[in-house]
Design a protein around this ligand. Structure first.
Ligand code: COA
Ligand code: ZN
Length: 311
């Protein structure tokens, strides 16, 4: 059976934009529910400036309180060397750095131009992980569309990706539709170009569902050959520095689609729906999940007879 990996990002991308502080114990409970559903790789938060993202101010407590969780590959987003050192100290397995393909979004997000972030990344990795012990992933934010400049120029994006790929030959690269405004033809085309230009690189896709094409974009990336996808339980999420962007593609929408297509995700949909129902209690008005909105029996039956949803 073919398979894909679903990387769960609800505890990071899902929560970072929620104004009211989610208590540490609730964050830990969400992480445990997701692990129980079969998630093996998860962004558990970000080691960022608490002034930039107040929701992540309790990262040290979250990591200390969640326990060892031996089957879980623990990922954290870091914006700079300070974040990377904090994450390593806390015992994180994988660092994800976000670099925007658009200078305007990079300035808004981390207050420096894209070229400066690339230089910082090279210096930070040389300093914090000279022996390449950690898994390192780069989120290529605004690969398709930027909230400030619109649709991105593909040639310019490819040139920036080439500079990032040259830093280390073992880094995973994630094409990210930060605003959720990409269309499937664009996603499929850029994914194909990237896979053929950098065949040794491990590629993944991170999408939002703002315009309603999130799952179609995932399918386009899958058909281009990508096999790892980010999702957030309950469809929560959004970048506070990308005005207008809404939630991540819901993990349950990903699991539902792939499993129904005969592609294994390793995730138990019933348990994931429980985790998603819990996640949306933090921000009930922002969920964009389609499968969570279905009657549960119908979602678990993978469609099933119309009578199953008559109530
Ligand atoms: N963790 C904790 N604190 C940090 C930090 C980190 N990774 N990086 C910087 N800080 C602190 C500094 O110590 C300093 O604290 P002080 O005011 O008490 O002295 C303060 O933040 C400002 O530091 P500075 O280096 O001047 O950063 P900045 O104000 O230019 O902000 C970033 C730059 C990158 C740190 C900040 O914009 C950030 O954290 N952005 C995260 C964006 C994000 O997560 N977006 C969503 C995901 S894509
Ligand atoms: Zn995102």
């Amino acid at each position: 059976m073919s398979k894909v990996e679903i990387v769960e990002v609800a505890p990071r991308d899902g929560l970072q934009n929620i104004a009211s502080f989610v208590p540490t114990a609730a964050k830990i409970q969400l992480i445990h529910k997701l692990v129980d559903a079969g998630v093996t790789r998860m962004e558990i938060g970000s080691f960022v400036s608490p002034k930039a993202i107040p929701q992540m101010a309790d990262m040290d407590e979250v990591v200390a309180g969640m326990g060892q969780l031996p089957g879980l590959h623990k990922v954290a987003l870091v914006p700079n060397g300070k974040g990377a050192r904090r994450a390593i100290e806390a015992g994180i397995d994988e660092l994800i750095f976000v670099i925007s393909m658009s200078d305007a979004h990079n300035m808004s997000n981390v207050r420096r131009p894209t070229a400066a972030s690339i230089d910082d990344l090279a210096a930070t990795l040389a300093e914090v992980d000279p022996e390449r012990r950690l898994t390192v992933r780069i989120g290529l934010a605004t690969s398709f569309h930027c909230p400030f400049v619109g649709t991105m120029d593909e040639e310019a994006v490819m040139a920036t990706i080439a500079r990032i790929a040259a830093i280390r030959d073992d880094i995973e690269l994630t094409l990210a539709d930060t605003t959720g405004m990409a269309l499937p033809d664009h996603v499929g085309r850029l994914a194909q170009r990237c896979l053929s230009a950098f065949p040794q690189t491990r590629w993944s896709f991170h999408g939002h569902d703002t315009a309603g094409f999130g799952i179609a974009n995932v399918l386009a990336a899958y058909q281009a050959g990508i096999r790892s996808f980010d999702g957030a339980a309950g469809g929560l999420g959004g970048c506070p520095f990308a005005p207008g962007a809404t939630g991540n593609i819901a993990s349950e929408d990903l699991v539902y689609m792939f499993e129904r297509m005969g592609v294994s995700t390793g995730i138990d949909l019933a348990k994931l729906l429980d985790a998603a129902a819990f996640a949306v209690t933090f921000a009930p008005d922002t969920t964009g999940s389609h499968v969570l909105a279905m009657p549960r029996e119908r979602a678990l039956a993978g469609g099933g007879p119309a009578a199953a949803c008559a109530a």
